[in-house]
Design a protein around this ligand. Sequence first.
Ligand code: IVH
Length: 667
Amino acid sequence: MSNDQVKKQIDQLTDKLNDYAHQYYVLDQPVVSDAEYDHLLRELNELEVKYPDLKREDSPSERVGGETLDHFSKVQHEVPMLSLSNAFDAQELHDFDRRVQQGLGHKASYSCELKIDGLAVTLKYQNGRFVQGATRGDGTTGEDITSNLKTIATIPLKLRESVTIDVRGEAFMPKSSFNRLNKAKEAKEEALFANPRNAAAGSLRQLDPKIAAKRQLDIFIYSVGQLEEKVLDSHHESLQYVSELGFKINDQAKHCENIEEVVEYCEGWLEKRANLPYEIDGIVIKVDRLEDQKRLGFTAKNPRWATAFKFPAEEVITTLRDIVLSVGRTGVVTPTAILDPVTVAGTTVQRASLHNEDIIRQQDVKIGDKLTIKKAGDVIPKVVNVLVDRRTGEEKDFHMPTECPECKSELVRIEGEVALRCVNPKCPAQIREGLIHFVSRNAMNIDGLGEAVITQLFEHELVEDVADLYRLEREELMKLERMGEKSVDNLLKAIEVTKTNSLEKLLFGLGIRFVGAKAAKTLAMNFEKMKSLQNATIEQLEAVDEIGTKMADAIATYFDKQEVQMLLEELENLGVNMIYTGPKLQATENLDTVFAGKTIVLTGSMEEMSRKEAKEKIEALGGKVTGSVTAKTDILIAGERAGSKLKKAIELEIDVWDEARLITELG
Ligand code: IVH
């Protein structure tokens, strides 16, 4: 056979086998017998061995798992992978609908889908070829798990059109594969996986792709991340489109005209979910029109155009064995229930926070009690009820201590707070927890530095504050238990990398009171440099949207401290970046219009244009349109029959325009 003939044969076999696999795995409509498929596959494999140069990138033999990696590289998501807000009942679904309608100014229809309980992945295709697949990670940066994803039969290696597209979906392990896997593990006396989600995640986080190949994972694609040169109007159309490209989509999705239909769909699945061949933990509801999604936009964490209806949590009974105390980063002492291990919603639970003494009193919890527990939002274990009827008389009362369990200094109850606090700034527990917070995902995100290693470093007195993390030396680390040469090198590399983090990560990591990840981002965007933030007055801080008086005070107090100033100087000298490097704030102030940088409220009815139109035009000229009149409002546009907003604006001496003036200014 000539080379050309071999190439033609390899091409034909590859296409045929891929098509059969698509019919079998994606469409669930086999067109040939297994024997026929295996026969053709063997034929192709023999040719590929003889002519390796002619093997195609989308050959089915790519699915068996390539070479073992020594680490996963990081992948920056061009479009962040956010999580969803939750709705726990019909009322909360109606609330979501109200927010959507308010945001849009009109009704919306929804696409409802099963919320598959697996792990989110993003798949990148260039000119129709699968080039990279990654985990969600912290939403901005994930891990490159391409070789593991290639082993999933329902992920096409080549699409039916030569498009450049990113799609997102949920990789999961079907219940049948999960049961088979755990049976095999049981037979080998190996530790079992707690649930299919952990099993799927565990399989895709293996460095040897041959393991994933054996695990029979599957995927449903649920959205398009990025797509060049194609205009889609609605979410349901985009699902149809990805299905045409060769992806597997879930066939239970439904387009609902209104929220009543959404509620009906959600409630219907409460019972039916048990019969599905895979696990779901809720329903995802998405505004269907893509233009509406765009207009609703995002909060820092979630899209405003989607929410997840979560199924009510399962409740189980267990016994409270003990109550232990822990001291958090801010000195708050929290009591934790130690429980007889029980399985709830798929995982084993042995601890649950009891929050504070008031809650212990209110719930009348005694050591030895039988309790019902559930997982709030299916994640955090929570005590629901004490089964007082089942008391034997042996149960013991619990009292909070008067001294810090770690440093023995006296605990205080700050007025207006329920928590007991250790106020000793040198308390080792607070320092350790502060370090754990500093290295955590949303903060500096130092890979391989979790609670256990921090505790080890702290106990060996290698770190006392966050700056010490950047002074760690190889020789010292090598002396620690369970620290090989490779893990030390990886750790040092991981620490080094975080020196270039954008400012918000450091800012959040410092653990300033009331400054969460979102506020840290807002501050970093607005002030850009740590120095500018350090020098900012309370007024300058408060002038930033979303920064209230309480937070502004806390920030100013924090930066006033001499030890903070010293710490920041040390960090800077150690090479830690102090500048914001993320996307710039839209410089609307620089637009040369009367609306630029102004906060504007629209009220009353307009004749010439709708409020929605007015809002769009003002925003295009750099103005910001908000809903209520406050001291931060610059202009109130009052249409006919304007009411309380107009009154308030007059009281606050805010500039008031009528519709005619607005039209003139809009040009
Ligand atoms: S849409 C902007 N659709 O649920 C987020 N998510 O909190 C858009 N999930 O980890 C997500 N099934 O991986 C969407 N049909 C579905 C889903 C789904 C499962 C997961 C997703 C993410 C979490 C959302």
